[in-house]
Design a protein around this ligand. Sequence first.
Ligand code: SF4
Length: 324
Amino acid sequence: MSLVPVLKVNNLSTHFHTRHGVIKAADRVSFTVAAGKTLGLVGESGCGKSVTALSILRLIEPPGRILSGEVWLNGCNLLKLPPGQLRQVRGREIALVFQDPLTSLNPVLTIGTQLAETIVSHEEVSRAEARRRVAELLLRVGLPDPERLMRLYPFQLSGGMRQRVMMAMALSLRPKVLIADEPTTALDVTVQAQILAELKRLQEELGMAIILITHDLGVVAAMADEVAVMYAGSIVERGPVAQVFDRPAHPYTRALLRSVPRLGREELVPVVGQPPLLLNLPAHCAFLPRCPQAGAACWGEKPELREIGPGHAAACHRLFPRAS
Ligand code: SF4
């Protein structure tokens, strides 16, 4: 990305040490995202997208451990920040929206109380001022009658309303970066489209960078400027959305794109085989057992992510036959 990145992730590796072996959930993941831009992080379930998001915010619980890497935001490496400073950065500078708002919202507090609490715990404002801002935020995310809504508990709201409340909570401190992890997956298509449109509008208003984690390539096509495709804990292709979707270079990206409906194409081809278990991954390319283009070179070292064009990179031996 040629614009100055607001968030820069370098060689981030998070492993889980279990009694059965090491799960390399994120392995040397690198990407950047610029202010006002959206990066789509895509891949099948269990490919390491959510672990990457949690690692960025240092929310990994044992037996998981961030082994190495850097996460630069505003000149600070979040992985080295003392816990007190990190708490201030979370929410204020970088916020996270999960797929399931019911597990993220406190069931015994009203919507108004928990949103206002987020604001007063990070900023020196009165509770009355915080509640005024909450009402404004709820309107902004498309929830009418905010005064009434603020008196309700999470279980009294529909799934779509809860997701909008989560969005309001994430945006309450006007973060520079928003990580949205499958934010609309549990919702029906109409509500999903409305929420994504509102997210886009708020992004333009606030100039926020968004990392959109999803398995839905249609959502990425509609929302993202850049895309990073993850497979078995690693990014296998990364670049501008139009370029990657029109001219995918990695066999896995090509297979993923063939598996989703497109206007004018009748036949859908599912990606053959199953994603590998991240436990004790092979030393060679993890896509090898499913790859229609695998050759002798693919049994060598795991391919590195390398530039194949301006801002476009892929990790496949076939793309660099002589050098690999
Ligand atoms: S390195 Fe080989 S096995 Fe892996 S994606 Fe490329 S062609 Fe397929």
